[in-house]
Design a protein around this ligand. Structure first.
Ligand SMILES: [Fe+2]
Length: 415
Protein backbone atom coordinates (compact mmCIF):
# COMPACT_ATOMS: atom_id res chain seq x y z
CA UNK A 1 0.00 0.00 0.00
CA UNK A 2 1.40 3.40 -0.91
CA UNK A 3 1.52 6.56 1.21
CA UNK A 4 -1.54 8.77 1.50
CA UNK A 5 -1.79 11.49 -1.10
CA UNK A 6 -3.61 14.78 -0.72
CA UNK A 7 -3.97 17.17 -3.61
CA UNK A 8 -2.14 20.50 -3.12
CA UNK A 9 -5.08 22.12 -1.39
CA UNK A 10 -6.38 25.40 -0.12
CA UNK A 11 -9.32 25.92 2.23
CA UNK A 12 -11.40 26.45 -0.88
CA UNK A 13 -10.47 23.03 -2.29
CA UNK A 14 -11.60 21.36 0.93
CA UNK A 15 -14.77 23.41 1.24
CA UNK A 16 -18.03 21.51 1.52
CA UNK A 17 -20.78 24.14 1.42
CA UNK A 18 -23.63 21.66 1.86
CA UNK A 19 -22.49 20.53 5.32
CA UNK A 20 -25.73 21.66 7.03
CA UNK A 21 -27.57 18.75 5.30
CA UNK A 22 -25.75 16.39 7.70
CA UNK A 23 -24.13 18.75 10.22
CA UNK A 24 -21.03 16.86 11.33
CA UNK A 25 -17.52 18.11 12.18
CA UNK A 26 -15.42 19.26 10.25
CA UNK A 27 -18.50 21.03 8.81
CA UNK A 28 -17.51 23.25 5.90
CA UNK A 29 -13.95 21.94 5.59
CA UNK A 30 -13.44 18.31 4.61
CA UNK A 31 -9.90 17.21 3.75
CA UNK A 32 -9.48 14.12 1.57
CA UNK A 33 -6.59 11.64 1.40
CA UNK A 34 -6.21 9.11 -1.37
CA UNK A 35 -4.39 5.90 -0.58
CA UNK A 36 -3.46 3.36 -3.25
CA UNK A 37 -4.57 0.08 -1.69
CA UNK A 38 -3.58 -2.19 -4.59
CA UNK A 39 -1.20 -0.79 -7.20
CA UNK A 40 -3.06 0.59 -10.22
CA UNK A 41 -6.27 -1.19 -9.13
CA UNK A 42 -7.82 -0.04 -5.85
CA UNK A 43 -7.79 3.34 -4.10
CA UNK A 44 -9.32 4.46 -0.81
CA UNK A 45 -10.45 8.07 -0.44
CA UNK A 46 -10.58 8.98 3.23
CA UNK A 47 -12.34 11.91 4.86
CA UNK A 48 -13.40 12.23 8.51
CA UNK A 49 -16.47 13.39 10.37
CA UNK A 50 -18.03 13.39 13.81
CA UNK A 51 -19.74 15.35 16.56
CA UNK A 52 -18.18 16.90 19.66
CA UNK A 53 -14.75 16.10 18.22
CA UNK A 54 -15.51 12.37 18.14
CA UNK A 55 -14.03 12.05 14.67
CA UNK A 56 -13.92 8.81 12.68
CA UNK A 57 -12.71 8.14 9.13
CA UNK A 58 -15.29 7.73 6.40
CA UNK A 59 -14.21 6.25 3.10
CA UNK A 60 -15.10 5.75 -0.53
CA UNK A 61 -13.31 3.13 -2.59
CA UNK A 62 -12.50 3.28 -6.28
CA UNK A 63 -11.63 0.22 -8.37
CA UNK A 64 -10.24 0.14 -11.87
CA UNK A 65 -12.14 -1.71 -14.57
CA UNK A 66 -10.78 -3.38 -17.70
CA UNK A 67 -10.07 -2.31 -20.36
CA UNK A 68 -10.66 1.14 -18.85
CA UNK A 69 -12.90 3.02 -16.47
CA UNK A 70 -13.56 3.26 -12.74
CA UNK A 71 -16.23 2.03 -10.35
CA UNK A 72 -16.83 4.19 -7.26
CA UNK A 73 -18.20 2.54 -4.13
CA UNK A 74 -19.92 4.71 -1.51
CA UNK A 75 -18.90 8.27 -2.45
CA UNK A 76 -17.62 10.80 0.06
CA UNK A 77 -18.11 14.58 -0.18
CA UNK A 78 -17.12 15.72 -3.69
CA UNK A 79 -15.01 18.70 -2.61
CA UNK A 80 -12.69 20.26 -5.20
CA UNK A 81 -9.79 18.37 -3.60
CA UNK A 82 -11.62 15.04 -3.73
CA UNK A 83 -12.66 15.54 -7.35
CA UNK A 84 -9.11 16.52 -8.36
CA UNK A 85 -7.84 13.25 -6.86
CA UNK A 86 -10.47 11.28 -8.83
CA UNK A 87 -9.68 13.18 -12.05
CA UNK A 88 -6.04 12.10 -11.73
CA UNK A 89 -7.20 8.49 -11.76
CA UNK A 90 -9.51 9.17 -14.70
CA UNK A 91 -6.58 10.61 -16.66
CA UNK A 92 -4.68 7.38 -16.16
CA UNK A 93 -7.39 4.73 -16.14
CA UNK A 94 -10.46 6.13 -17.88
CA UNK A 95 -13.72 7.72 -16.74
CA UNK A 96 -15.89 6.97 -13.74
CA UNK A 97 -18.42 4.59 -15.27
CA UNK A 98 -20.37 3.37 -12.26
CA UNK A 99 -21.23 4.79 -8.83
CA UNK A 100 -22.62 2.44 -6.19
CA UNK A 101 -24.82 3.63 -3.33
CA UNK A 102 -23.97 0.79 -1.01
CA UNK A 103 -26.35 1.27 1.91
CA UNK A 104 -30.01 1.85 2.61
CA UNK A 105 -29.44 3.03 6.18
CA UNK A 106 -26.18 4.97 6.47
CA UNK A 107 -27.23 8.54 5.79
CA UNK A 108 -23.58 9.63 6.19
CA UNK A 109 -22.85 7.65 3.00
CA UNK A 110 -26.09 8.26 1.08
CA UNK A 111 -25.98 12.02 1.36
CA UNK A 112 -22.98 12.36 -0.98
CA UNK A 113 -24.11 10.08 -3.81
CA UNK A 114 -26.29 12.67 -5.59
CA UNK A 115 -23.75 15.54 -5.41
CA UNK A 116 -20.93 13.17 -6.43
CA UNK A 117 -22.93 11.80 -9.39
CA UNK A 118 -23.56 15.34 -10.65
CA UNK A 119 -19.79 15.78 -11.07
CA UNK A 120 -19.63 12.67 -13.28
CA UNK A 121 -22.54 13.07 -15.69
CA UNK A 122 -21.48 10.09 -17.83
CA UNK A 123 -21.58 7.64 -14.88
CA UNK A 124 -24.45 5.25 -14.19
CA UNK A 125 -25.62 5.16 -10.58
CA UNK A 126 -26.60 1.85 -8.96
CA UNK A 127 -28.35 1.87 -5.60
CA UNK A 128 -28.91 -0.83 -3.01
CA UNK A 129 -32.56 -1.98 -3.14
CA UNK A 130 -35.15 -0.99 -0.50
CA UNK A 131 -34.06 2.61 -0.13
CA UNK A 132 -35.97 4.68 2.39
CA UNK A 133 -35.46 8.01 4.03
CA UNK A 134 -36.41 9.44 7.41
CA UNK A 135 -38.60 11.22 8.42
CA UNK A 136 -40.22 11.19 4.97
CA UNK A 137 -39.85 8.29 2.57
CA UNK A 138 -38.82 10.33 -0.44
CA UNK A 139 -38.39 9.02 -3.99
CA UNK A 140 -34.79 8.67 -5.18
CA UNK A 141 -34.71 11.81 -7.36
CA UNK A 142 -35.67 13.80 -4.24
CA UNK A 143 -32.47 12.53 -2.61
CA UNK A 144 -30.56 14.27 -5.40
CA UNK A 145 -30.01 11.16 -7.51
CA UNK A 146 -30.11 11.74 -11.28
CA UNK A 147 -33.46 10.46 -12.54
CA UNK A 148 -32.26 9.39 -15.98
CA UNK A 149 -29.24 7.31 -14.94
CA UNK A 150 -30.09 5.84 -11.53
CA UNK A 151 -30.85 2.12 -11.35
CA UNK A 152 -31.62 -0.34 -8.57
CA UNK A 153 -28.94 -3.04 -8.36
CA UNK A 154 -30.39 -6.14 -10.06
CA UNK A 155 -31.32 -8.97 -7.68
CA UNK A 156 -29.11 -11.23 -9.80
CA UNK A 157 -25.60 -9.73 -9.75
CA UNK A 158 -24.82 -11.39 -13.10
CA UNK A 159 -27.22 -8.87 -14.68
CA UNK A 160 -25.14 -5.83 -13.68
CA UNK A 161 -23.11 -4.22 -16.50
CA UNK A 162 -19.89 -4.66 -14.48
CA UNK A 163 -20.69 -8.29 -13.55
CA UNK A 164 -17.62 -9.72 -15.26
CA UNK A 165 -15.33 -7.76 -12.95
CA UNK A 166 -17.22 -6.84 -9.80
CA UNK A 167 -19.63 -9.19 -8.04
CA UNK A 168 -21.93 -8.10 -5.23
CA UNK A 169 -24.16 -9.48 -2.50
CA UNK A 170 -27.03 -7.48 -1.06
CA UNK A 171 -27.73 -7.95 2.63
CA UNK A 172 -31.51 -8.37 2.53
CA UNK A 173 -33.38 -5.66 4.38
CA UNK A 174 -33.53 -6.30 8.11
CA UNK A 175 -36.73 -4.79 9.37
CA UNK A 176 -35.99 -2.50 12.29
CA UNK A 177 -39.50 -1.13 12.64
CA UNK A 178 -38.49 2.40 11.63
CA UNK A 179 -37.10 1.26 8.30
CA UNK A 180 -34.90 -1.56 7.02
CA UNK A 181 -31.12 -1.93 7.41
CA UNK A 182 -29.27 -3.16 4.37
CA UNK A 183 -26.01 -2.84 2.54
CA UNK A 184 -24.23 -4.17 -0.53
CA UNK A 185 -20.80 -5.81 -0.39
CA UNK A 186 -18.77 -5.77 -3.60
CA UNK A 187 -15.96 -8.08 -4.66
CA UNK A 188 -13.40 -6.82 -7.16
CA UNK A 189 -12.14 -9.99 -8.75
CA UNK A 190 -8.90 -8.73 -10.29
CA UNK A 191 -7.50 -7.42 -7.00
CA UNK A 192 -9.26 -9.93 -4.71
CA UNK A 193 -10.63 -7.05 -2.66
CA UNK A 194 -13.90 -7.00 -0.70
CA UNK A 195 -15.67 -3.67 -0.25
CA UNK A 196 -18.14 -3.30 2.62
CA UNK A 197 -19.82 -0.30 4.21
CA UNK A 198 -20.80 -0.54 7.88
CA UNK A 199 -21.11 -4.30 8.39
CA UNK A 200 -17.57 -4.91 9.54
CA UNK A 201 -14.66 -2.87 10.94
CA UNK A 202 -11.23 -3.19 12.51
CA UNK A 203 -10.22 -0.58 15.06
CA UNK A 204 -6.65 0.70 14.85
CA UNK A 205 -4.75 1.44 18.07
CA UNK A 206 -2.98 4.36 16.40
CA UNK A 207 -4.91 7.34 15.04
CA UNK A 208 -5.59 6.93 11.31
CA UNK A 209 -3.65 9.28 9.01
CA UNK A 210 -6.76 11.18 7.92
CA UNK A 211 -7.67 12.26 11.48
CA UNK A 212 -4.10 13.43 12.02
CA UNK A 213 -4.45 16.11 9.32
CA UNK A 214 -6.27 18.10 11.98
CA UNK A 215 -5.17 16.63 15.33
CA UNK A 216 -7.18 19.07 17.46
CA UNK A 217 -10.03 16.60 18.19
CA UNK A 218 -7.48 13.96 19.30
CA UNK A 219 -5.70 16.39 21.59
CA UNK A 220 -9.00 17.75 22.93
CA UNK A 221 -9.99 14.28 24.14
CA UNK A 222 -6.51 13.42 25.44
CA UNK A 223 -6.98 15.79 28.36
CA UNK A 224 -7.86 14.60 31.84
CA UNK A 225 -9.44 17.86 33.00
CA UNK A 226 -10.45 21.29 31.79
CA UNK A 227 -7.28 22.71 33.35
CA UNK A 228 -5.02 20.66 31.03
CA UNK A 229 -3.53 22.45 28.05
CA UNK A 230 -3.80 21.09 24.51
CA UNK A 231 -0.38 19.53 23.92
CA UNK A 232 0.51 17.95 20.58
CA UNK A 233 2.58 14.81 21.22
CA UNK A 234 2.34 11.36 19.60
CA UNK A 235 1.27 9.95 22.99
CA UNK A 236 -1.57 12.48 23.31
CA UNK A 237 -2.76 11.85 19.76
CA UNK A 238 -2.90 8.13 20.53
CA UNK A 239 -4.64 8.62 23.88
CA UNK A 240 -7.21 10.97 22.33
CA UNK A 241 -7.85 8.57 19.45
CA UNK A 242 -8.44 5.58 21.73
CA UNK A 243 -10.92 7.54 23.84
CA UNK A 244 -12.67 8.75 20.67
CA UNK A 245 -13.00 5.11 19.58
CA UNK A 246 -14.68 4.27 22.91
CA UNK A 247 -17.11 7.16 22.43
CA UNK A 248 -17.80 6.25 18.82
CA UNK A 249 -18.61 2.61 19.57
CA UNK A 250 -20.35 2.80 22.93
CA UNK A 251 -21.56 6.46 23.10
CA UNK A 252 -21.13 6.24 26.90
CA UNK A 253 -18.21 3.97 27.83
CA UNK A 254 -18.34 2.44 31.31
CA UNK A 255 -14.92 3.87 32.21
CA UNK A 256 -16.14 7.42 31.71
CA UNK A 257 -17.74 9.59 34.38
CA UNK A 258 -19.29 12.91 33.57
CA UNK A 259 -18.98 16.03 35.72
CA UNK A 260 -22.08 17.84 36.96
CA UNK A 261 -22.97 21.08 35.21
CA UNK A 262 -21.88 23.06 38.30
CA UNK A 263 -18.49 21.33 38.44
CA UNK A 264 -18.02 21.79 34.74
CA UNK A 265 -18.58 25.57 34.86
CA UNK A 266 -16.41 25.88 37.96
CA UNK A 267 -13.55 24.05 36.27
CA UNK A 268 -13.92 25.99 33.04
CA UNK A 269 -12.60 29.01 34.90
CA UNK A 270 -9.21 27.24 35.20
CA UNK A 271 -9.08 26.33 31.51
CA UNK A 272 -6.01 27.78 29.78
CA UNK A 273 -8.03 28.60 26.64
CA UNK A 274 -11.74 29.37 26.55
CA UNK A 275 -12.35 29.94 22.87
CA UNK A 276 -15.31 28.63 20.91
CA UNK A 277 -13.01 25.94 19.44
CA UNK A 278 -12.30 24.80 23.02
CA UNK A 279 -16.01 24.75 23.88
CA UNK A 280 -15.38 27.80 26.09
CA UNK A 281 -13.25 25.70 28.44
CA UNK A 282 -16.08 23.27 29.20
CA UNK A 283 -14.81 19.69 29.51
CA UNK A 284 -17.12 17.31 31.38
CA UNK A 285 -15.20 14.07 30.86
CA UNK A 286 -13.66 12.15 33.78
CA UNK A 287 -11.91 9.07 32.49
CA UNK A 288 -11.33 6.39 35.10
CA UNK A 289 -7.80 4.97 35.35
CA UNK A 290 -8.89 1.66 33.79
CA UNK A 291 -10.12 3.17 30.50
CA UNK A 292 -7.12 1.68 28.57
CA UNK A 293 -8.40 -1.82 29.47
CA UNK A 294 -11.79 -0.90 28.07
CA UNK A 295 -10.13 0.20 24.83
CA UNK A 296 -7.97 -2.95 24.72
CA UNK A 297 -11.12 -5.09 24.86
CA UNK A 298 -12.77 -3.07 22.11
CA UNK A 299 -9.62 -3.05 19.99
CA UNK A 300 -9.32 -6.82 20.36
CA UNK A 301 -5.90 -6.97 18.78
CA UNK A 302 -7.16 -5.03 15.75
CA UNK A 303 -9.25 -8.01 14.62
CA UNK A 304 -12.16 -7.83 12.25
CA UNK A 305 -15.43 -7.28 14.10
CA UNK A 306 -19.05 -6.24 13.82
CA UNK A 307 -19.46 -2.88 15.58
CA UNK A 308 -21.24 -3.05 18.97
CA UNK A 309 -24.20 -0.99 17.78
CA UNK A 310 -24.87 -3.38 14.87
CA UNK A 311 -24.42 -6.38 17.18
CA UNK A 312 -26.76 -5.05 19.85
CA UNK A 313 -29.44 -3.26 17.88
CA UNK A 314 -29.49 -4.48 14.30
CA UNK A 315 -27.95 -7.76 13.14
CA UNK A 316 -29.59 -9.80 15.90
CA UNK A 317 -33.00 -8.77 14.47
CA UNK A 318 -32.36 -10.85 11.37
CA UNK A 319 -29.64 -13.38 12.18
CA UNK A 320 -30.58 -15.84 9.44
CA UNK A 321 -30.49 -13.19 6.74
CA UNK A 322 -27.22 -11.73 8.01
CA UNK A 323 -25.51 -15.14 8.25
CA UNK A 324 -26.74 -16.16 4.79
CA UNK A 325 -25.32 -12.92 3.39
CA UNK A 326 -22.00 -13.37 5.27
CA UNK A 327 -21.72 -16.91 3.88
CA UNK A 328 -22.41 -15.69 0.34
CA UNK A 329 -19.70 -13.05 0.76
CA UNK A 330 -17.31 -15.67 2.16
CA UNK A 331 -17.53 -17.69 -1.07
CA UNK A 332 -15.44 -15.00 -2.79
CA UNK A 333 -11.66 -15.56 -2.59
CA UNK A 334 -10.77 -12.14 -1.18
CA UNK A 335 -7.46 -11.31 0.46
CA UNK A 336 -8.29 -7.93 1.94
CA UNK A 337 -11.30 -5.93 3.06
CA UNK A 338 -11.86 -2.21 2.63
CA UNK A 339 -14.74 -1.04 4.87
CA UNK A 340 -16.16 2.48 4.80
CA UNK A 341 -14.86 3.30 8.29
CA UNK A 342 -11.70 3.01 10.41
CA UNK A 343 -8.86 0.65 9.45
CA UNK A 344 -8.25 -0.17 5.78
CA UNK A 345 -7.22 -2.27 4.11
CA UNK A 346 -7.68 -5.19 6.50
CA UNK A 347 -5.81 -8.31 5.45
CA UNK A 348 -8.41 -11.02 6.00
CA UNK A 349 -9.59 -14.35 4.65
CA UNK A 350 -13.21 -15.31 3.96
CA UNK A 351 -13.03 -17.60 7.03
CA UNK A 352 -12.01 -14.70 9.26
CA UNK A 353 -14.82 -12.61 7.83
CA UNK A 354 -17.37 -15.31 8.59
CA UNK A 355 -16.03 -15.80 12.11
CA UNK A 356 -16.86 -12.16 12.93
CA UNK A 357 -20.55 -13.14 12.66
CA UNK A 358 -20.34 -16.02 15.14
CA UNK A 359 -22.09 -13.88 17.75
CA UNK A 360 -25.33 -14.58 15.89
CA UNK A 361 -25.01 -18.29 16.56
CA UNK A 362 -26.65 -19.41 19.78
CA UNK A 363 -23.90 -21.97 20.42
CA UNK A 364 -21.20 -19.29 20.28
CA UNK A 365 -23.05 -16.19 21.46
CA UNK A 366 -22.15 -16.66 25.13
CA UNK A 367 -18.45 -16.93 24.39
CA UNK A 368 -18.68 -13.76 22.35
CA UNK A 369 -20.53 -11.79 24.97
CA UNK A 370 -17.65 -12.45 27.39
CA UNK A 371 -15.13 -10.87 25.05
CA UNK A 372 -16.33 -7.30 25.62
CA UNK A 373 -17.09 -5.69 29.00
CA UNK A 374 -20.81 -5.95 29.68
CA UNK A 375 -20.78 -2.52 31.32
CA UNK A 376 -19.76 -0.83 28.06
CA UNK A 377 -22.93 -2.14 26.41
CA UNK A 378 -25.18 -0.61 29.07
CA UNK A 379 -26.31 2.42 27.06
CA UNK A 380 -26.83 0.37 23.89
CA UNK A 381 -28.97 -2.04 25.89
CA UNK A 382 -30.97 0.85 27.33
CA UNK A 383 -31.55 2.15 23.80
CA UNK A 384 -32.64 -1.34 22.78
CA UNK A 385 -35.09 -1.48 25.71
CA UNK A 386 -36.51 1.90 24.78
CA UNK A 387 -36.99 0.96 21.12
CA UNK A 388 -38.67 -2.31 22.11
CA UNK A 389 -40.98 -0.67 24.63
CA UNK A 390 -42.12 1.84 22.01
CA UNK A 391 -42.66 -0.93 19.50
CA UNK A 392 -40.05 0.62 17.20
CA UNK A 393 -37.77 -2.43 17.09
CA UNK A 394 -38.22 -6.19 16.88
CA UNK A 395 -36.92 -8.57 19.58
CA UNK A 396 -33.45 -10.02 19.03
CA UNK A 397 -33.01 -13.56 17.76
CA UNK A 398 -30.19 -16.07 17.41
CA UNK A 399 -29.89 -19.28 15.46
CA UNK A 400 -28.10 -22.41 16.52
CA UNK A 401 -25.80 -23.96 13.97
CA UNK A 402 -24.27 -27.38 14.00
CA UNK A 403 -20.52 -27.76 13.44
CA UNK A 404 -20.94 -28.29 9.73
CA UNK A 405 -22.63 -24.90 9.49
CA UNK A 406 -26.10 -26.33 8.81
CA UNK A 407 -28.98 -24.95 10.79
CA UNK A 408 -29.54 -27.22 13.80
CA UNK A 409 -32.72 -25.80 15.18
CA UNK A 410 -35.32 -23.26 14.28
CA UNK A 411 -34.96 -19.59 14.84
CA UNK A 412 -35.80 -18.79 18.42
CA UNK A 413 -36.13 -15.52 20.26
CA UNK A 414 -33.76 -14.87 23.15
CA UNK A 415 -35.41 -14.57 26.56
FE1 LIG B 1 -21.29 4.32 8.05
Amino acid sequence: MSAAISAPSTRRDRAWPFWPVVPLYPYGQRPTQRVEVVKDQVWAFDQFQGIFYVVVPIRMTVVRLEPEGLLVYSPVAPTAECIALVRELEDRHGPVKYIVMSTVTGIEHKVFVGPFARRFPQAQVYVTPNQWSFPLNLPLPWLGLPRDRTHILPADSAQAPFADQVDYAVLPPIDLGLGPFGETACFHRASRTLLVTDAIVAIPAEPPAIVQIDPFPLLFHARDSAADAIVDTPANRRKGWQRIALFAFYFRPSTLDVATTGEMFQEAKQAPVRSRQHYFGLYPFRWRPDWPQSFAALHNGGQLQVAPILKTLIFNRGPEEVLAWAKAVATWPFERIVPAHLEAPIVATPEQFLRAFDFLRADLALEHSKALPEADFELLQQIEGLLLSRGISRPRQTIALAEDGKKAEAKKPLP
